[in-house]
Design a protein around this ligand. Sequence first.
Ligand code: PAF
Length: 282
Amino acid sequence: MRPLLVRTRLDLDAGLAAHRAVGARIALVPTMGALHEGHAALLRRAGDEAALVVASIFVNPTQFGPGEDLDRYPRQLAADVDLCARAGADVVFAPEVDAVYPEGPGRGITVDPGAYGRVLEGASRPDHFSGVLTVVAKLSGLVRPDVAVFGEKDYQQLVLVTALARDLCLRLRVVGVPTVRADDGLALSSRNAYLDPAGRRAAAALSRALTAGVQHQRSGAASVHAAAERVLARTPGVDVDYLGVTDPALAPAPESGPARLLVAARVGDTRLIDNTALLLGG
Ligand code: PAF
């Protein structure tokens, strides 16, 4: 079935009113559009979690820094609505900027992402997570979902959104969904569309580096880091921004037990991120 496409707060409320009246559970999948099979997996998971699935499509200006790709970020609403239909979304909320930021983007109350918003991605993109958490809080206020579904591909985002829901008492359960990958391991991302064929081949080194790291997990965080670094260093055209091993909550890596390996790199003028779970030690 085609989802209901709504562009304003009023139409969103009208579209959700009957479901709210009977107390139907609502799942929100926040996206910036340019949807791919990774998003389809989020939407299907949302359908397992709730009676009504709302996909939001909004290229959020406040999470882009100066000189980043806000203007060229792919916008393709008609194709996105088709994918939402295939993946079982009931409502697509695609607001204009002033419906989300009536006060103007960057003005008014914003969310401070705290210490873990300033490491890794947050160190390279200083205002990024404040923008992400502010828009997630706003979308949650507009849609009032019971559950929100995010991809593990943006692992730091997933950790911070989980903390946002907990710390600001949003009464929202945050669910993470494993990364969907292409045959060569490259994590699906809307930004992969920027890659030319040579860049596309080079980009697969990120997931190869993660695999190399996992192969050394028994030897601890330093070995994981070194193994992943070797793969990245021998791939021309990959300019590493950061490569880090942390615990699952982004604190320093433990000697043994669950951990996370995270990477960001530039391939040409495209910035890509990826990560994987680790089990350190014997
Ligand atoms: O992951 C994304 O696409 C965005 O960061 C999100 C969560 C939709 C907020 O704009």
